[in-house]
Design a protein around this ligand. Structure first.
Ligand code: THU
Length: 136
């Protein structure tokens, strides 16, 4: 599959799951789609809660889907949201991605009405702490 085809498939998967996001409080629906080391695409959406702090972002939902489906490493990840501003992962999600991705993995942030922004994990989370610090 070409890079363009992969990106099209990741965008489509993120948008399909974003439509199912549970975000009645923020009304800000987010989708995330991961190309994993097993070649499959795994997607997840944000899941909010009436007790606001226990809601979760789209990225950990996609990571959970990846692990449940047998994928182990993130090779590329798309995050899509409403509006024109690229939806870049929050700080906590950058660290969650860090657990399963190399620093040169590209994160594509895409507000559906705008242009995609492509950044590496190393750019988004410089000087980061990761599993290798614990010899894992
Ligand atoms: N959100 C995500 O799902 N991922 C991000 O990277 C940024 C924010 C969600 C959390 C919350 O449900 C809504 O967007 C508004 O912050």
């Amino acid at each position: 599959m070409s890079q363009a085809d992969t990106d099209q498939a990741l965008f489509a998967a993120a948008e399909a799951v974003r439509a199912r996001a549970y975000a009645p409080y923020s009304n800000f629906q987010v989708g995330a789609a991961i190309l994993a080391d097993d070649g499959n695409i795994y997607a997840g959406c944000n899941v909010e809660n009436a007790a606001y702090p226990v809601g979760n972002c789209a990225e950990p939902s996609a990571i959970a889907a990846m692990l449940a489906g047998g994928g182990k490493r993130i090779k590329r990840i798309y995050v899509t949201g409403p509006g024109a501003m690229p939806v870049t992962p929050c700080g906590g999600c950058r660290q969650r991605i860090r657990e399963f991705a190399d620093l040169d993995v590209e994160i594509v942030s895409h507000g559906v009405d705008g242009q995609p922004l492509v950044q590496t994990l190393g750019q988004l989370l410089p000087h980061s702490f990761g599993p290798e610090f614990l010899n894992k």
